[in-house]
Design a protein around this ligand. Structure first.
Ligand SMILES: Nc1ncnc2c1ncn2[C@@H]1O[C@H](COP(=O)(O)OP(=O)(O)OP(=O)(O)O)[C@@H](O)[C@H]1O
Ligand SMILES: [Mg+2]
Length: 369
């Protein structure tokens, strides 16, 4: 498949996944671990743009090549039906019915009328658990497992249904695995859900920033492939400007190729133009959508944080807002929920998105925000 080397689009599959080798390896070895093992139920946790969707896309392909029928969905109402349909659709090409079964109506006795299409009775009268069980059994006859991938995981009745069904099927020894990805607080709400206590045994993998060294290697190879001549110190500068943030890494790479063509030398002024253009896109595509739904007080909170260079203390923020510590708690909690800030240690707060503090410092009060 020919994907462009730099592809700065949310939810897209990059040409190459950078800096996640260990995570991918751990997940893939989980798929060969005994049914019900910890690594067969994985939660990927990461802030906006950290590459959750990109990783799920990569895992979907790898798992498909390793004998799994994959259903990748976004957590929303209707996902249980969609999971069933995707397994049927993705699994169908592997099911070869012999002629007798094709002609024999009695195949319905097994729950299917043809291939992975359910009999009318099953289709109409049975729910998610029965359907998924039937699909697992049928696919197992062909040595295929089932992998459910859920993006943007957050607590809901339907997510509970899917998770509980997974647990039941594990109990019945079906070859099934599940992985979910979401923002830190959304995932921790799922893990702490009273009904889903068994998920505490799941494996939890944090998708942090990508190391500057990995980005450096990626840029070096990409520039070489594209015929852009770049000296090492400029590649270092580009890699550092990405701040480990995959989306920014894609943007800086993309704009570099807009300003410097094949056969040309990358120079400092072009790189600075590329970095600035990338930051403007970040403002448009990440900061604005993040800030627009916030209340005036939420913004005041963030601006109070932006006065610090790096880590802020909760009590300083309360002082700057002329409020008590308890007054600011709901704002703090909501901003953490939204994945905009995080609390690395008790009493401390940090921006979760690179350059957001800098943007807020530069930004005059804006009636549009
Ligand atoms: N490991 C990676 N290597 C290379 N590029 C990546 C990687 N992870 C993500 N990207 C790229 O970064 C951008 C953002 O990634 P993605 O959409 O997966 O983020 P996300 O965590 O799902 O964000 P959100 O929380 O908003 O859904 C995309 O352009 C994607 O291709
Ligand atoms: Mg995503």
């Amino acid at each position: 498949m020919n994907r462009p080397l730099f592809h700065p689009t949310f939810g897209s599959r990059p040409a190459q996944i950078i800096g996640r080798d260990q995570v991918i390896e751990q997940f893939m070895s989980g798929l060969t671990a005994p049914i019900g093992s910890r690594d067969r139920c994985t939660f990927f946790v990461g802030q906006r743009g950290m590459g959750k969707t990109a990783l799920l896309l990569e895992l979907a392909e790898r798992a498909a090549n390793a004998g799994f029928i994959v259903a990748r969905v976004t957590a929303y109402s209707g996902m249980a039906d969609e999971i069933i349909e995707l397994i049927q659709r993705n699994g169908a090409p592997f099911i070869t019915e012999d002629n007798k079964k094709i002609q024999g109506i009695e195949a319905g006795a097994f729950g299917f009328s043809f291939g992975l299409t359910f009999s009318e009775t099953v289709q109409k009268q049975y729910g998610f658990r029965t359907k998924l069980t039937l699909l697992c059994d049928k696919l197992a006859e062909y040595n295929l497992g089932v992998l459910i991938l859920i993006d943007e995981a957050a607590t809901s009745e339907e997510l509970r249904e899917v998770a509980i069904t997974y647990q039941h099927l594990v109990g019945e020894d079906k070859n099934i695995a599940i992985a979910m990805a979401g923002l830190p607080n959304a995932v921790s709400n799922v893990l702490n859900d009273k009904v889903l206590t068994f998920l505490n045994r799941a494996s939890k993998i944090s998708l942090g920033p990508i190391s500057p060294a990995s980005i450096h290697v990626y840029y070096t190879n990409a520039f070489e492939q594209l015929g852009i001549i770049a000296n090492d110190s400029l590649v270092t500068k580009a890699a550092e400007a990405a701040q480990g943030f995959p989306y920014l890494m894609q943007l800086i790479g993309y704009y570099t190729t807009q300003y410097t063509k094949a056969g040309q030398h990358l120079d400092d002024s072009h790189l600075m133009l590329a970095i600035n253009a990338a930051r403007q896109d970040m403002e448009q595509n990440v900061f604005r959508p993040i800030l627009t739904p916030l209340s005036a007080k939420d913004l005041e909170f963030l601006k109070a944080m932006a006065m610090d260079n790096g880590v802020s203390s909760s009590s300083d923020i309360a002082k700057r807002m002329n409020k008590s510590n308890s007054y600011i708690q709901p704002y703090r909690a909501r901003l953490i929920d939204a994945g905009i800030i995080e609390s690395p240690r008790k009493g401390e707060l940090e921006f979760a998105v690179p350059y957001l503090a800098d943007y807020l410092r530069r930004k005059e009060p804006d009636p549009d925000l």
